[in-house]
Design a protein around this ligand. Structure first.
Ligand code: ZN
Ligand code: ZN
Length: 377
C-alpha cells in the first residue's frame, strides 16, 4: 500500500451528510429519514441492527442532521464512525415515542419527507401518523445517485474486497473435485471467504453440470462428476461494509467439447464488455456489446439476465447494466460485468468481474485468470 492509498478511516466523512442534505433540498424534500441498512451505514458508518425499536438518522433540508437511537444503543452508536461526525446522537427511553420526538424537531411546515427504500412498513406508518400534514416519498432516488459514484476511499475499499474474494477463487482446487457434493464444497468456500478477510460470507453458488444452467442455483446435494463444468459465484462483505462478488466457471476434468465452444464465446463477450467500459457509454450500450456477440454466436436466447449490477455497500445497487437503461456510465461507478450462457439441462457458464469506470476506461477489481481452469478430474 502506498502512502497516498486511501484508508478505511477516510470512508465515513461529514461530507457525505452534507451532500445528502443538499441533494434532499434540491429534490424539494424537507427531510430524509434513514433507518438501519446500507443507506444509514453509507451516510454515517453506523452498522445498526434493524429491530422493532426505532433507530433513525434525520437529515433535514435546513439545519443539522441528527441520529435518534434507543438509549440502550447510544454507546454503540457513539463508538461507531457516526460518533466522529460531529452530529448529535439522541437516546430515547423505553416509554418515549421516538416518532413524535422526531416529528416535533422537524420544521412545522414539513410537507414532504423521504424514507429509505427498505424502511419497515410499521415504521413508515408510524411516521405518517406522527406527521399528519406531510407526504412520504422514497429517499432512494436521492441517495442512490450519491452512492453510485464511489470516492477514492470507496474504490480502495472495493479493491480490498475484490482482492479478498480473489484469494478464495485461487484456492478452489483445494475443495472442488469429483465425488464431493456442491454443499460440501460450498461449506469450505464459505469458511474461506471469512478467512480471506470478509466479515460475512453473503452467498456461495456452486452449480455443477446441469445445475450451472440455473443462474441463481445456490447449492444442492448433487455429487460432482468428472467432466462437469462448475459455476462458482461467491461474495462477502468486508469489515468496513463493502461487498465482493466474483464468478469463475471451472471444469473438473476435461469438459465436453461443446462446453469449450460455449465458454470461448462467453469469454470473448466478457472481455469485450470490460474493455468497452468508459464514461459516456450507456448501461444499455454496454449490455449490447456482450449480448450482440453472444447472439451472433447462436446463444442469444441462453443469455437470460442483464449484464450486471452496481456494487458498494450492497451487492446489488445502482447502476444496473441492463437493456433499456440509458444511464451513461461515469467515473467512479462500480458494477459487475457478468454475462452468462445457460443451456437448460446440460450446463452453463458465467464469468464475473467487478469493474470501476475511470476516466481512462474500466479497471477490473477481480484479477484471477479468466481462461477456463481445468481442475484434476
Ligand atoms: Zn456474482
Ligand atoms: Zn453479481
Amino acid at each position: 500500500m502506498t502512502q497516498t492509498e486511501p484508508r478505511a478511516a477516510d470512508l465515513f466523512t461529514a461530507e457525505r451528510l452534507a451532500l445528502a442534505r443538499r441533494a434532499a433540498a434540491a429534490a424539494g424534500l424537507d427531510a430524509l429519514l434513514v433507518t438501519p441498512g446500507a443507506d444509514l451505514r453509507y451516510l454515517t458508518g453506523y452498522h445498526a441492527l434493524a429491530t422493532e425499536r426505532l433507530t433513525c438518522l434525520v437529515v433535514p433540508a435546513e439545519g443539522d442532521p441528527f441520529l435518534v437511537v434507543p438509549a440502550l444503543e447510544k454507546p454503540a452508536a457513539q463508538a461507531s464512525p457516526a460518533g466522529n461526525l460531529g452530529i448529535e446522537i439522541t437516546g430515547f427511553g423505553e416509554t418515549d415515542d421516538a416518532y413524535r420526538l422526531i416529528a416535533r424537531r422537524l420544521p412545522p411546515n414539513t410537507r414532504l419527507f423521504a424514507v429509505d427504500n427498505h424502511m419497515w412498513a410499521e415504521k413508515l406508518l408510524a411516521f405518517q401518523a406522527a406527521l399528519p400534514g406531510a407526504q412520504p416519498g422514497l429517499a432512494g432516488d436521492v441517495l442512490s445517485v450519491l452512492r453510485m459514484r464511489k470516492s477514492p476511499a470507496e474504490v480502495a475499499a472495493l479493491r480490498r474486497a475484490g482482492a479478498a474474494i480473489d484469494r478464495v477463487h485461487r484456492r478452489i482446487g483445494e475443495w472442488l473435485r469429483p465425488g464431493r457434493t456442491e454443499r460440501e464444497v460450498a461449506r469450505d468456500v464459505a469458511a474461506a471467504i471469512l478467512d480471506a478477510g470478509h466479515a460475512t460470507a453473503d452467498f456461495v453458488i456452486v452449480g455443477s453440470g446441469p445445475n450451472g444452467a440455473s443462474p441463481h442455483h445456490e447449492v444442492s446435494d448433487r455429487v460432482i462428476r468428472a467432466g462437469d463444468p462448475v459455476v462458482v459465484d461467491i461474495g462477502g462483505t468486508t469489515p468496513d461494509g463493502y461487498c465482493s462478488d466474483s464468478t469463475r466457471t471451472y471444469a473438473v476434468g476435461e469438459p465436453p467439447a461443446a462446453f469449450r465452444e460455449l465458454y470461448d464465446v462467453l469469454l470473448r463477450a466478457q472481455t469485450a464488455q470490460t474493455e468497452a467500459v468508459r464514461p459516456g457509454v450507456t448501461a444499455e450500450e454496454l449490455d449490447a456489446v456482450g449480448r450482440d456477440l453472444i447472439t451472433a454466436a447462436g446463444y442469444g436466447e441462453h443469455f437470460v439476465h442483464r449484464t450486471g449490477h452496481g456494487i458498494g455497500m450492497e451487492t446489488h445497487e445502482e447502476p444496473y447494466i441492463v437493456a433499456g437503461s440509458t444511464r451513461p456510465l461515469a467515473a467512479g461507478m462500480a458494477f459487475s460485468v457478468e454475462p452468462g450462457i445457460y443451456l437448460p439441462g446440460t450446463f452453463g457458464a458465467r464469468v464475473e468481474d467487478i469493474v470501476i469506470c475511470t476516466e481512462d476506461g474500466g479497471e477490473r477489481l477481480n484479477l484471477t485468470g479468466r481462461d477456463l481452469v481445468v481442475l484434476p478430474g
